[in-house]
Design a protein around this ligand. Structure first.
Ligand code: SF4
Length: 221
């Protein structure tokens, strides 16, 4: 059997899930804050914390930069690692105020590699957060090579790697399509990982099983 490729994976996942409203947000700054909050927690909790931040008027860059860190920590507490996350968000907001006249779009303007480099230069912003911001706030054709991505790509037989850079380079070199396809592929992988291809996969209920390397027994990863 021919190994599954990225286009086929995207096609099968699109037939199964609808991710059109996968990362609802009202502004690029909200996406940035959400990308920091989403580490180590569920999107449902992130969404409720974002609602609370909105209610408190903190989805404004200047307000966020000036809010007392203790106030922010108490709002972020349900999202876990709230001290780290409050620090990261405050640093980001202060950076936007100082270096981009409080305008997130100014940070996101420019060649993708330059924007990514600038995001990664910020304290505690890693690959996954930077790439999520590039994809979901700036609409760039980047791939978020997070743990979910590695798991699904390995199991289906598309790519056997755990290395972030290798996975990202592979997808960006081989996925045909534009920013929308990159956005959808990652969103669909996350959805599939949460619903069916979990740590212990529910292969009997999986629409990919007939073509999945893990299920067809040609490889077990
Ligand atoms: S068949 Fe199993 S291992 Fe393969 S994608 Fe589906 S759930 Fe994951």
């Amino acid at each position: 059997m021919t190994p599954m490729d990225l286009d086929r994976l995207l096609k099968l996942l699109r037939k199964t899930y609808d991710v059109q409203d996968w990362w609802p947000s009202e502004s690029p700054f909200e996406v940035m804050v959400g990308a920091i909050l989403t580490q180590q927690t569920t999107w449902e909790i992130v969404a409720s914390v974002l609602d609370r931040l909105r209610e408190e008027g903190l989805m404004d860059v200047d307000q966020m930069a000036s809010v007392e860190v203790s106030v922010l920590e108490s709002i972020l507490r349900p999202a876990g690692f709230y001290r780290q996350k409050a620090k990261r968000i405050k640093l980001l907001a202060s950076y936007l105020v100082d270096s981009h006249s409080s305008d997130p779009l100014s940070l996101l303007d420019g060649p993708t590699d330059s924007v990514r480099k600038e995001l990664l230069s910020l304290e505690d912003i890693g690959n996954e957060t930077a790439d999520s911001i590039l994809v979901f706030a700036a609409g760039r054709p980047k791939f978020v090579a997070a743990a979910y991505s590695s798991r699904v790509l390995k199991r289906t037989g598309v790519l056997c790697s755990d290395d972030y850079d290798e996975i990202q380079t592979f997808v960006e070199s081989n996925l045909r399509g534009g920013p929308r396809d990159f956005r959808d592929l990652y969103a669909l992988i996350v959805q599939h990982s949460k619903d069916i291809c979990r740590a212990v996969p529910s292969c009997a209920n999986c629409p990919l099983s007939r073509e999945c390397l893990h299920f067809t027994g040609q490889g077990r990863r």
